[in-house]
Write a protein that binds this ligand. Sequence first.
Ligand SMILES: [Zn+2]
Ligand SMILES: [Zn+2]
Length: 552
Amino acid sequence: MNEEKVKRERKKIEFWAEQIAEKIIAREKFSYLEKPLPSIKKWTVKSSSSLSGVLHIGRLSDIIRSEAVFRALKERGFPAEFIYVTEDMDPIRSIPKGVPKEFEKYAGFAVSDVPDPFGCHKSYALHFKEEFLKVLSDFLFEEPTVYSMREEYKKGSFTESILALAKKQDELRAIIERVQGSELPAEWNFWKPICDKCGNLQSTQVTKMEGTKVYYKCVDYEFEKVLAKGCGFEGVQDLAKANGKMAWKSEWAGQWKFWQVCSEGAGKDYNAPNSAWFVNAEICEKLLDFPMPEPIFYEHIIIGGEKMSASKGNVVYPVEWLEVSRPEALKYLYMKKINKTRNFLWAEVPALERELDQAVEKTFEPGKTADEKELLQANNLYKYSLTKKRKPSVIPFDYDLAVMFAQLFKDNDIALKALVEQGHLTGKENKDVLSQAKERLDHARKWVEKYAPAEQRISFAESIPSGLKEKTGNDAKQAFNEIIALLPSLKTHEEIQTKIFEVIRKLALKPKAFFPLIYQALMARDQGPKLGSLILALGKEKVINRLKELTK
Ligand SMILES: [Zn+2]
Ligand SMILES: [Zn+2]
């Protein structure tokens, strides 16, 4: 390889997902033990989510980031599979908004054992799972194999690990206490049976283990907000039947071993030496004899500076995203630096869309980008933001302009015609570009309706507001006349913007007094979007006629 090529290769590796992939491929041994890695035909990259809460866009971050690492591994010929596990054995610990309050009686039950509050599916878990998987597919490039924890417990997938841990309970307790840095309650046990009498999971308490026999009693368990009611039953189960669940600090390790996980995403709160990640990492290696996976630690997304939560009312659902923005734009947001908190505001959708546009443009027109590193970064962001269903094209007009045209023209075909007339489109665009242009108009229209700040909302005033003529002085009239004379020869919004400023500077008009006149004349408001784009969007002729009325 020549020097230039080596340099380029090194730069390529700077993309975080590829760095992680390189690390996985280069790995030779366990992390806690001096032991070579086992030879494994197929590793997996795992992502999972709980089904007990709200499935907002933050929940997508884990799978989107895991997908990127999986793609980077695949591209390098590493034998891996991409899997998504639904944590449907998790107990219900609170009743989310929209679910009837009477569901409190199921507190502590595994979500797969609770009926569907909406009556359309076999269980609570299936309802939320189907909803999530449907929308997930719009955001992914690679389809993961989907697993259910409930099903895997039933199939006996974790039985080997459960029995191994039952034999090594003292070591298990010692690892957990040492790594997390605090003692476990005396009655703690890694196993929770599902009560044979009432079906609750969280309320059972193991009292004794003898070989594969588990003795338990069913007693009240207090969650933060709800009570998992115990029925008082005392029973015995065969651990080999695995009718229950491992505690999180051991179950994660069991998952890694069973699915042969080489990498998995986890929020940055797990990137602490005493976290559940590292507790499981040691359990996995020392008690289950499987190497801990390479973590993909990421920062969470926050909305307007706050954590997303149903009680704050700032939850963003994936379907809401798709109403106003491309799926690639959310992926793009997650593909940027993984260790930086993403603060998202609905008002920033146009800016984010613009960034994605730039990455698409640089990829399709590489000649325009001089800096090679910048180009590679754009290529990577573009590539890892792709979804399998669509391919973003270069859309000749940006989201901001779409915001204006979408408001002025409710019909997309008419809007497109106006965009052609005003030179934003050639009229010779192919079908793909046209359908994406229409999609952009639809997104922008919805965005204005739901999220646009007041200054971005526009509509052409039906007539000149009363009193405006009287307020327009002679020097302002002169400015309008000059603008009227200039407009026909001006093409771009930048040109219009610059010329208008030149005119008011030349006539020594005060912008604070002058601009409200023109916005009033056009929109019956004191301010609005940049004049250059506004005038193009309204159409120069319409604007000229309106200004003529004012100067009469
Ligand atoms: Zn349902
Ligand atoms: Zn019970």
